[in-house]
Design a binder for this molecule. Sequence first.
Ligand SMILES: [Zn+2]
Length: 414
Amino acid sequence: MSRQPEVNPARLLRSVADFAAIGATPAGGVNRQALSVEDRAARRLLAERAMARGFGVFQDEAANLFLRREGRDTALPPLLIGSHLDSQPTGGRFDGALGTLSAFEALEALADAGIETDRAIEVVAFTNEEGSRFSPGCMGSMAFARAGSMSDWRGAQATDGALLADELAATLDALPQARVRPIGHPISAFVELHIEQGPILEREDVPIGVVTAVQGTKWLEVAFSGEAAHAGTTPLEFRKDPMGAAAAAIARIQDDIMPADPEARLTVGRIAAEPGSINVIPSRVSFTVDIRHPDAATLAAMEQRVREECEGAGERWGCRTAIQQRVDMAPGRFAPSVTAAIEETCRALGIRCRPMVSGAFHDALFVGRVAPAAMIFVPCRNGVSHNEAEFVSDEHIIAGARTLLGVALRLSAA
Ligand SMILES: [Zn+2]
């Protein structure tokens, strides 16, 4: 006998609290960095809970963890739902964990109701989404989607000195119950629930964001080289001042790019002057530029604009200009079939939703390259994330989980 599956709010909230205790920080956040002892403990707890429910437990060579509830037709590729369990060093308790635990709640709700889905549903916890202990982030999902290979990253060194190869092996060994499977198995679709990490849903009082795209990102490093000289004795016409060039360039790009386009993002987050003395004109000033946009052509035009402004400023100040691109991540469009399933679910449940673009990148960006994918966002207080003060209300946690369960039911039908 089967009945309508329902999220169990008390169980889900308890589960969020249980996992927040693993790597808990005094200020109420979580320090559960990728492949650490704490990360292993969280993975073990999730695997134990899966086994207690009779779900299959698998991991691949990237230590991506999969919990599988079998479907009627075992030959069909499974529907994948989930997120990540690792955190920033001073992270919150919801980033990643909420998506993983809501997905697990959906599996439990289906099991409670005795529902047999056409295809299997698998919950995933992708390895190292955050990228703070080991670079790059989204390592597990990139390897899963063949956008990178673990063998390229095995030599990566953690901020604490540990080697990725060693920590990965220890993490895989910590779950001997998990069956090992080849990386990148076929899936029918992927749905990731995540906190918004921005202020829009809260400001508009909308409980669910239907994420239709992830904006593209480019990182540039701009360096102006001039001539170090005495601050007191060098008249203007003798100066080759890279700080003058940097200040002019930064002012121009800040004034132009974001005010002209509400979807554009530009951040100068780091600046360095050499030799860095109060009474010396610097010999070299470098700074970073992070630009983002959902449209690839517009993003390319933004980069061109930044380059032109910087080169012009360098010339005016008698400096050499060097610009290097450090990161070039193309925008990702999510699958209309999956975003439509999220919207239909919200409509059926009477939960308000709105389409939106993700400002941050996520595992779903990479998985979306190999299967139809989309994301469900829930509001977080003041848009704060990557912060111990990160907070999601119980009401929004439950609305998100109910939406994810409904979407999983729709998308697991053959
Ligand atoms: Zn996250």
